[in-house]
Design a binder for this molecule. Structure first.
Ligand code: PMP
Length: 384
């Protein structure tokens, strides 16, 4: 039985439940609940059992720089990147983190000059991922501090630039913008997967971050990984995690290894009985973006970013950019897009959180079918 995404996804719109009319839809967070349906279909194939005696030690592999990295997870990370073709893994150290969030902080710690007279500036081009400024500054570190929009950075000296590609919130492919020799780059590639963006070539940077939260949809597992070129940087990142949480849950790592394995298996067995994870997810995202664009066009209240189709080496054809977030700009005289959507009981995140105007708003595209369809219904019915 070969199931297609469209038969699995409930694509019907126009809810006929009267209680839905007043329900608040929370599309503020990028909570990837959309993927639950796929994983339910996988049933026991994605189940692991961990007996009480297993994973008791703090240590996973003391011969590895990242001594708390489960070898099984390392193996499946390398395999998946090879299957997808989105990252070079050869000659890289893998550092596992409690989500890529922990790895961002580990990278700041590892990359900051330890004895500098003042904290190094951390930058990202606006609109940037809204958590970067607060993650950088919440502990008032003496090592690093938020330096704002990379596009207007004009201070001399070293800096750390976060390059998010495709970008959260707007979905565009990005390159570094400051481009000075004393810059240190962290590539946050949480969304560099074929269901969100065409894979153009394997990423090949000094530090690259990935996460299961957006790739397989397992945000609750809290697993991310960094591919690191430099051994000393990998050691320092590992040290940070040692001091912070003495490693990363082995239970989660084993579960992550299992779901990554299933994603790779489902891709390699695509021509057999298996439902391919990336085919499934791409189809849903494609359909959602079609619905969103149609309703935005119909009411004329919002504009959305446009993207060229590009050749995807994974799907071996031209594919679309189908971002995990809709970055909507309000037109007409709607000055505050977040409040406007709020009046329609849609929670979203306004432009100011991303360093731009409130005319912009970010809306998650990864919620359940029910919530997404309700969102589209409300959008289609909006008028001013
Ligand atoms: N980087 C980006 C660009 C993200 O969008 C997110 C999640 N919203 C993260 C990092 C953090 O992800 P994790 O769940 O792996 O901590």
């Amino acid at each position: 039985l070969r199931l297609s995404a469209s038969t699995l996804a409930n694509s019907s719109t126009c809810s006929d439940h009267p209680e839905d009319r007043d329900r608040i839809i929370n599309l503020d967070h990028g909570d990837p609940k959309m993927y639950e349906k796929f994983w339910r279909k996988m049933g026991d194939k994605s189940t692991i059992t961990i007996p009480g005696w297993q994973s008791i030690s703090y240590f996973s592999d003391i011969t590895n720089i990242c001594w708390f990295l489960e070898p099984e997870l390392a193996k499946e990370v390398v395999r998946l990147h090879n299957v997808v073709g989105n990252a070079v893994t050869k000659g890289r150290y893998i550092v596992v983190g409690t989500g890529s969030s922990q790895l961002i902080l580990a990278a700041f710690y590892a990359l900051s000059p330890p004895d500098a007279p003042e904290p190094i500036s951390v930058l990202s081009a606006s609109p940037y991922y809204s958590s970067y400024p607060s993650m950088t500054d919440f502990q008032k570190s003496g090592l690093y501090k938020w330096g704002g929009d990379a596009k207007s950075f004009d201070k001399d000296g070293p800096y750390i630039e976060l390059v998010t590609s495709p970008n959260n919130p707007d979905g565009h492919t990005r390159q570094p913008v400051v481009n000075r020799s004393d810059g240190i780059l962290i590539h946050d590639l949480a969304y560099y997967w074929p269901h969100y963006t065409p894979i153009s070539s394997p990423s090949d940077h000094d530090i690259t971050l990935f996460t299961v939260s957006k790739s397989t949809g397992h945000a609750g597992m809290r697993i991310g990984w960094a591919l690191v070129k430099d051994q000393e940087v990998a050691k320092r990142m590992t040290k940070f995690i040692e001091l912070n949480t003495i490693g990363v849950s082995k239970d989660s790592q084993l579960r992550a290894a299992k779901v990554l394995k299933l994603v790779s298996d489902s891709t390699e067995q695509e021509n057999t009985q298996e439902l391919s994870f990336f085919n499934y997810s791409y189809e849903i995202m494609e359909q959602r973006w079609k619905q969103l664009r149609a309703s935005a066009e119909a009411n004329g209240l919002f504009t959305l970013p446009n993207f060229p189709t590009e050749f995807c080496t994974f799907f071996n054809k031209e594919t679309e950019n189908l971002p995990a977030f809709a970055w909507m700009k309000c037109e007409k005289d709607i000055e505050d897009c977040q409040s406007f959507l709020g009046e329609h009981k849609i929670m979203s995140r306004g432009g100011k959180h991303f360093g731009v105007s409130q005319r912009y708003v970010r809306v998650s595209m990864l919620d359940t079918d029910e919530n997404f369809n309700l969102f589209i219904d409300r959008l289609s019915a909006m008028q001013i």
